[in-house]
Write a protein that binds this ligand. Structure first.
Ligand code: NAD
Length: 383
């Protein structure tokens, strides 16, 4: 993991991902204007903050959550504050397939342009009473089935959301497919496209003792991102991930709060900024932004030195950097070959479409050519 200094976006030779992100490069949240964005778990914490930010920037934002009171209340408040009428709440339990299907179907109906431009798989829970690694302490004859709710929400729910996103995003009328060769596109030409933003965690990258299921689910989300980002482009979908460190939201349990007391946490505004950059800049594809506590970095002789306290007088303050995104460039034979085959198939699809279009045009010429020529002659006084 290291901060990067590249300011170019282009595509790696084989893998369909854009060049590393430079978090110091400016972007405008206004680029989300007019995009229809779905957020699961949008009634609280990160989801609610994304909702407020993108609603204020003119996006059509539809949130789904199990907490109807909070969901309806935030939509009411933000509609009044922003004058944006294209904001909606729909009840959605991400663990329930049909509930998610209804969420997507309703969202398509509510979308002013009849399509979905972006999906944020954000809903998540932590383990309030973690017991998974303690069955040995149970005084029972036969072990009871463990409670898998965290996996159901954070992993199965995210997989349902991803599957539905990959169904609905390509059926988005008037949108531009994510283009692996879009490095030439100017940043402010951020068209309505097809974007899946996954929410991982520092627990995707590091161990998280006592939160076994949470850590497993978030490692799963990282695995989903790393596998999907090399193939999603065949649907014209770009996939990105954020992995935040602890932030003070409702998901942090009282025990977690006690353990973290007095330590340097990440800031919700930095999480919102990272997610907004990925959402707004349609050139970014296949990247993972880690959002950590603000630290100072000082470069001496090509080496980065980190200082924990942001108030350290020297250095540049950073809170975002990339992780696990160079693994498609130098990889083992299976992945390399699959990526090569996918790329070739993608190119071939382009040729097949071109060939079909040409054949259709030639057929039209043969069928209607003589009539077109005689009409032209008549109109131009030739006959
Ligand atoms: N806060 C952190 O420290 C932190 C750090 C890294 C990653 N994350 C991740 O960020 C995401 C958002 O968490 P947050 O911090 O905003 O927490 P939060 O508790 O404030 O928000 C989570 C939202 O998800 C909703 N939700 C829970 N179960 C649901 C279900 N079955 N269906 C639909 N909605 C459901 C909740 O009602 C709530 O509105 C989660 O995926 C979490 O794992 C949080």
């Amino acid at each position: 993991m290291s901060p990067t200094s590249s300011s170019m976006y282009s595509v790696a030779d084989k893998a369909r991902q854009s060049r590393p992100i430079d978090p110091s490069e400016p972007f405008h949240v206004s680029w989300v204007k007019g995009k229809t964005i779905l957020i699961t778990g949008g009634a609280s914490g990160f989801g609610a903050s994304f909702f407020r930010k993108w609603a204020a920037a003119g996006a059509n934002v539809i949130i789904g959550d199990v907490d109807d009171n909070k969901g309806e209340s935030i939509v009411r408040t933000v509609r009044i504050a922003t004058d944006n009428v294209n904001l909606h709440f729909i009840h959605c339990d991400v663990t329930d397939w049909q509930s998610q299907v209804n969420f997507f179907k309703e969202a398509v109906k509510l979308s002013p342009h009849g399509g979905i431009d972006a999906v944020v798989a954000n809903a998540g829970v932590s383990e309030l009473k973690p017991t998974f690694d303690k069955p040995g302490q149970l005084d029972v004859e036969e072990p009871p089935k463990p409670n898998m709710h965290v996996i159901d929400v954070n992993l199965v729910g995210v997989l349902y959301t991803t599957h539905l996103a990959l169904f609905y995003l390509p059926r988005n009328p008037g949108s531009q497919p994510a283009d692996p060769n879009n490095s030439q596109r100017k940043a402010d030409e951020s068209p309505r496209d097809r974007h899946l933003l996954l929410i991982g965690s520092m627990a995707s990258l590091l161990p998280i003792p006592q939160q076994i299921l949470y850590g497993t689910s978030k490692h799963g989300v990282l695995g989903l991102f790393r596998s999907l980002r090399s193939t999603a482009f065949t649907n014209g979908v770009r996939v990105n991930l954020i992995c935040p460190y602890f932030v003070d939201t409702a998901i942090i349990s009282p025990v977690g709060r006690a353990v973290l007391a007095g330590s340097n946490l990440a800031k919700i505004e930095d999480v919102v900024e990272a997610a907004s950059r990925l959402m707004a800049d349609s050139r970014i594809n296949g990247r993972n932004l880690v959002v950590g506590p603000r630290i100072k970095v000082v470069e001496t002789e090509g080496e980065w030195r980190y200082f924990e306290q942001a108030r350290h007088e020297k250095g540049t303050e950073v809170s975002q950097w990339e992780a696990n995104t160079d693994d498609l460039e130098n990889t083992e034979v299976f992945t390399r070959r699959i990526i090569g085959i996918m790329n070739a198939a993608h190119e071939m699809n382009g040729w097949i479409k071109w060939t079909k279009d040409m054949a259709r045009a030639l057929l039209l010429m043969v069928k209607e050519g003589p009539m077109i020529i005689s009409t032209w002659r008549r109109q131009n006084g030739g006959e």
